[in-house]
Design a protein around this ligand. Structure first.
Ligand code: ADE
Length: 271
């Protein structure tokens, strides 16, 4: 996947893109991340990228011309048209499901705003999707762009093992089960005995119940989207979960079947 980032602060990407999995994903050819300085697309001698807002008010607005020139010039460097995303606190909140959708795009272009944001007409003309990483305001879109790059890159084929992705938090609307490693006893704190039992079926069942319990306790809203079988549901109900599919059935009234006629009576009529 190719990712073009448009920013006024390219240095913010140096550390994260050159560390750990993002670094390896690029070295292995899974990710081609290119960071572009919007200022390089200005034409005035002061390299002006912002201006005062029409109608007055606080702050500055990022100008159309450098951004439009950057978007068009960078888009044209590859035959794949980019899926253009603007990072903004008024966008749709990023979720694992959105990250899963984005991983299928061959090319993303991430536009990082600053100050009060970008001129609305850039959004109207070029932007396909607007994303927020949460209900708080950052100084700019750079950290949000890095969050998108990280969340999407780890889902690209070959970047991390399929096993690691299988039961992680949010993968199927359930949170992750707790993990333990050596030592088995630390400061008198033992690990759950089942994890040392060698019984893989019992371990899998324990982990499933842990995921259900954690999700119920911490993010009960997620359970509405999870795939739950009747055992999951029964367990969650035992924790106090209100199961939307569960209706207490009134005890069935017992209506005795009519007794067969006595055989002598039948013989009577037959004769
Ligand atoms: N820019 C500023 N705050 C942001 C947020 N919460 N998400 C995405 N972009 C932003």
């Amino acid at each position: 996947m190719r990712v073009d980032v448009l920013t006024l602060f390219p240095a913010m990407f140096d550390g994260p893109l050159n560390t750990s999995i993002l670094k390896r994903a690029q070295a292995d050819g899974h990710l081609d991340a290119q960071v572009h300085d919007i200022r390089a697309y200005t034409t005035d001698k002061h390299h002006t990228c912002d201006d005062t807002p029409f109608g007055g008010g606080a702050g500055m607005v990022m100008k159309i011309a450098p951004l439009a020139a950057a978007i068009e010039a960078i888009s044209a460097t590859d035959e794949r048209p980019p899926h253009v995303i603007y990072l903004t606190p008024d966008g749709t909140t990023l979720t694992q499901a959105i990250a899963q959708e984005l991983r299928t795009q061959p090319r993303l272009m991430l536009i990082c705003g600053h100050y009060e944001g970008i001129d609305e007409r850039v959004r109207t003309r070029y932007v396909h999707q607007e994303l927020s990483i949460g209900d708080y305001v950052l100084t700019g879109g750079e950290l949000a762009a890095l969050v998108v790059i990280d969340a999407v890159t780890r889902l690209l084929d070959g970047v991390i093992s399929a096993d690691s992705l299988a039961e992680e938090s949010h993968s199927d609307s359930l949170l992750e089960y707790p993990h333990y490693t050596r030592p088995a006893v630390w400061q008198e704190m033992d690990i759950p005995a089942v994890l040392r039992s060698g019984d893989h079926g019992a371990i899998a069942r324990w982990r499933r119940l842990q995921r259900l319990e954690r999700t119920f306790q911490r993010r009960p809203d997620l359970l509405a989207h999870a795939q739950l079988d009747k055992h999951d549901r029964a367990f969650l109900r035992s924790l106090g979960w209100h199961d939307p599919l569960w209706t207490e059935r009134p005890p069935r009234k017992h209506t005795p079947k009519p007794l067969p006629e006595p055989s002598s009576a039948r013989h009577d009529t037959a004769e």
